[in-house]
Ligand binder design. Structure first.
Ligand SMILES: CC(C)(COP(=O)(O)OP(=O)(O)OC[C@H]1O[C@@H](n2cnc3c(N)ncnc32)[C@H](O)[C@@H]1OP(=O)(O)O)[C@@H](O)C(=O)NCCC(=O)NCCS
Length: 181
């Protein structure tokens, strides 16, 4: 898989546990085996987030777009789990157009695990990992109406950049956020 060739440190749980021994036990590096479970988790979180608004064909398109993100270049893939299985994940990719940063492409916490610090832990570990890898900044885009996610980013020091803009595919309004370090 392309991401594992580009970022071999992400490929094995052994290297992951060596590199991440000081981090909270629930956060680890994702592997190729985690991709499908993360896509299932993503579908569950989107259904829970958007409720009756979710059109099954749109959800299918969203999932295929999410799948493609895992198959391209990956700067960080982190997952969290508890005794029942995966609780959350974050996927970060090179910033486009390429500069000194990384783009947070996906972050989700399974509905049953929300409100317990999973999103916070994923973002904190992602920040530390990318800072140690030489990045100077992270960025992301979030739907303007996604107030829970926006609150999470703001609490962790992310700042709004520019005005909301329509997504190039869906037309929905997104706000860009950035974290500089
Ligand atoms: C956004 C999301 C990842 C947050 O994950 P989470 O694990 O529930 O977040 P945490 O428990 O770590 O919350 C950390 C902080 O974020 C804020 N926060 C998170 N979700 C919130 C919500 N729904 N409403 C208000 N504040 C929220 C809280 O202030 C919380 O701080 P506190 O613990 O001091 O109260 C989760 O709601 C999710 O998966 N949503 C669906 C997918 C999505 O929209 N992803 C973002 C796309 S850009």
């Amino acid at each position: 898989m392309r991401s594992l060739i580009l970022f071999p440190v992400l490929a094995t749980p052994e290297t992951a546990s060596m590199a991440w021994s000081a981090k909270p036990a629930a956060v680890r590096l994702g592997t190729a085996a985690d991709i499908e479970p993360c896509l299932e988790l993503w579908a569950e979180t989107v259904r829970a987030r958007d409720g009756a608004e979710v059109d099954p064909s749109q959800l299918h398109i969203q999932l295929e777009r999410a799948r493609l993100k895992f198959l391209g270049a990956v700067n960080a893939f982190l997952v969290t789990e508890d005794e029942l299985g995966l609780t959350g994940f974050a996927l970060a990719v090179p910033h486009e157009p390429a500069d000194d940063g990384t783009h947070l492409a996906l972050i989700g916490t399974r509905p049953r695990a929300q409100g317990r610090g999973v999103g916070r832990a994923l973002l904190q570990e992602l920040t530390r990992f990318r800072r140690e890898s030489g990045d100077r900044a992270l960025d992301l885009r979030v739907l303007t109406g996604n107030s829970g996610a926006r609150r999470l980013y703001q609490k962790l020091g992310w700042l709004e950049v520019g005005k909301p803009e329509p997504h190039e595919v869906t037309g929905k309004l997104f706000q860009r956020y950035e974290l500089r370090f």
